[in-house]
Design a protein around this ligand. Structure first.
Ligand SMILES: *Cc1c(COP(=O)(O)O)cnc(C)c1O
Length: 341
């Protein structure tokens, strides 16, 4: 066996079936021991709770090859903890953290031939998810669940450099106060699909969602958290109970403070402040940081001083430092890099 014959630099972000997936089923109040399997399909009752009442949550992380040839993942313990929080909010049983990390390790090791080589820019995307699997017609949580992890190789997020994007202020809300915005649930994405398609039809790359209660504060996009940089180089990120706690964003704040010596603030960010910021970026596992050049609020354009040609200088430093830590040429904080093999 050797690496699959795949054109790593040009695969894009689509599903490519790999050889193994990890499955554990929950029945009679307990998870079974779990196993790697080869069947990529799932056979379920038409009345499974996931189909009727969307009882499902997920995670997303990447495995990649470091400069010295190891296959690693980045902070999978935080994905495990976040999935436990998501499960609790959706009245699903929690899949234990140690078992989650073990499942990730096994499924990536089994699909090692699909982990793109160092330097290709491509990664093996890992998708853990869980769903209510038995038939439920009266509204209540399922009795049985499946926890599953599959992987798919994905291409470099930025082909030919990270070009700043244009985003628009959405007229739709992503998450209600005291709702489910802070958990990684499929339901948050189902209702974002119309909003993102509208944004695309109007020529924008992404939506900026404001807080649903007052529509005066910045929350996040459909799948990434915001960071802003002030004119005196403070890294600011919005704080709200309805934002999904991005692992990338939390890591960037740590890097800003401990590696770059920058001031950081996690606080409510008023939409009216944006015009005074120097840089803006979106953070998430897929892109790490994607620069924002322009924010459009119903025809009113806010152009970030960093412009539409390249990342702002502070965003670039954050990006270089975090990806350097991930790829193994900058020393990582204790526990950040999980070596698979
Ligand atoms: C997954 C996700 C993010 C990014 O989180 P990471 O842990 O950095 O990948 C941001 N916002 C939403 C709504 C998400 O679902």
């Amino acid at each position: 066996m050797g690496k699959k014959n795949i054109d790593w630099a040009n695969i894009g972000f689509g599903y490519i079936k790999t050889d193994y997936r990890y499955v554990s089923n929950y029945k009679n109040g307990a998870w079974d021991e779990g196993a790697l399997i080869t069947d990529d399909t799932i056979n379920l009752s038409e009345c499974a709770c996931v189909f009727q009442y969307a009882q499902t949550c997920f995670e997303g992380l990447k495995a990649y090859t470091t400069e010295d040839g190891h296959i690693v993942t980045f902070r999978p313990d935080l994905n495990a903890e976040r999935m436990m929080d998501s499960a609790a909010r959706l009245e699903m049983p929690q899949f234990p953290k140690e078992r989650f990390i073990d499942a990730i390790t096994k499924v990536v090791a089994a699909n090692a031939d699909y982990v793109p080589p160092y330097g290709s820019g491509a990664t093996l995307y890992i998708r853990p998810f869980m769903f209510g699997s038995d038939a439920i017609i009266g509204v209540k949580p399922a009795n049985e669940y499946q926890f599953r992890v599959f992987t798919t190789p994905v291409g470099p997020y930025f082909k030919g450099g990270a070009k700043p994007i244009t985003i628009c202020v959405s007229d739709y809300d992503r998450a209600a106060p005291h709702g489910t915005g802070h958990v990684k649930a499929g339901l948050n994405y189902a209702m974002s699909l119309h909003a993102i398609m509208e944004a695309h039809r109007n020529g924008f790359d992404e939506n900026m969602y404001l807080d649903a209660a007052t529509r005066t504060h910045v929350e996040e996009t459909g799948g990434a958290n915001f960071i802003f940089v002030t004119k005196d180089n403070t890294v600011v990120t919005p704080k709200s109970d309805s934002i999904l706690p991005s692992i990338t964003r939390r890591s960037i704040l740590y890097v800003a403070e401990h590696y770059l010596g920058l001031k950081t603030e996690e606080r409510p960010v008023a939409f009216d402040e944006i015009k005074d910021f120097a840089e803006c970026g979106l953070c998430g596992t897929a892109a790490v940081v994607s620069p924002v050049g322009k924010i459009v609020d119903h025809g009113r354009e806010i152009c970030l001083p960093s412009g539409m040609e390249k990342m702002g200088p502070v965003t670039q430093k954050l990006y270089d430092t975090l990806t350097g830590i991930q790829m193994g040429h900058i020393e990582a904080p204790e526990g950040w890099i999980h070596v698979i093999k």
